[in-house]
Write a new protein. Structure first.
Length: 282
């Protein structure tokens, strides 16, 4: 069986470093603060919010919650984001998405100042990722993949990597970040021909699965002795959480694989807190 690349060890290591930085900042009179913006009462948003608040409290990071009616107008929401940009006591802003259908999400995201964009949703943050500039922050889940690979000593230089998924949240940014580490990256997606997907995925040293479909990545398209990072968080027909990879079968041939749950997802919140502290340092 493959080695399990569990996220808890990565999260604990990141949190320890973040906590030390928080204490150092507080000695200088700087209190790292995260603003959470939520519209309505979406259960998934609220569950993530509780987890984020708990983690922030453990690290000594202040959280200010801004909860608005789901029917808030776009103009009103934009005005609220501008206020957060102007508040010098707030260092990072997390906006829960997707936003209600009557709001143009792109407009709202672009109002947010990149230096406070701790979840990598603005064009400024994307420019930082794609142009290798110190602007904004990478999406937390994409960086969580990189932190996990680094923690477990997975060298990327010269390695062949298959990224399955091309979203701006994970696929494309994690590909750019991996190329910065000198990996040779191929991005596959929903329109990649099956024979090409099999050819690319089976010969990769590292596979990052981020397609958002339960157990879509079967053992027959994978190779042997690979490192597999499963970013998917899905619920199967039996109501159980699962990833994008058919874990039970893939784990018999892989060298190492992330479990779901307990893998990349558990690192994401730690990365968010790391970004808040980095924003406060800047």
């Amino acid at each position: 069986m493959a080695e399990l690349l569990r996220g808890k060890a990565v999260s604990d290591s990141l949190s320890e470093k973040t906590s030390k930085k928080v204490n150092e900042l507080k000695k200088r009179g700087i209190f790292p603060t995260l603003a959470i913006v939520r519209l309505g009462e979406n259960p998934e948003d609220m569950a993530y919010e509780r987890g984020a608040v708990k983690r922030a409290f453990e690290l000594g990071i202040t959280v200010r919650q801004f909860v608005y009616d789901a029917k808030i107008s776009q103009r009103e929401l934009v005005d609220e984001i501008v206020k957060l940009n102007d508040d010098e006591h707030i260092h990072g802003v997390l906006i829960f998405r997707p936003l209600p259908s009557h709001i143009d999400e792109r407009v709202v995201c672009e109002v947010l100042a990149p230096e406070k964009d701790v979840d990598g949703i603005t064009a400024g943050s994307m420019a930082g990722v794609f142009m290798d500039r110190d602007t904004g922050f990478p999406p937390c889940t994409a960086e969580a993949c990189m932190e996990l690979l680094e923690h477990y000593g997975c060298e990327l230089e010269g390695k062949r990597m298959a990224v399955i998924g091309r979203s701006l949240v994970i696929g494309r940014p994690v590909a750019m970040m991996s190329m910065r580490k000198n990996a040779t990256v191929t991005i596959c997606h929903s329109r990649t021909r099956e024979e090409d997907l099999r050819s690319i995925a089976s010969t990769a040293d590292i596979v990052i699965a981020a397609v958002g479909k339960s157990r879509m990545i079967k053992k027959d398209i994978l190779g042997k002795n690979q490192i597999i990072v499963d970013v998917g968080i899905n619920v199967d027909d039996d109501g159980r959480m699962c990833g994008d990879v058919d874990f039970d079968n893939a784990a018999t041939a892989a060298a190492a694989i992330t479990p779901v749950p307990g893998g990349v997802g558990s690192v994401t919140t730690a990365v968010l807190m790391k970004h808040v502290v980095e924003a406060a340092e800047k």
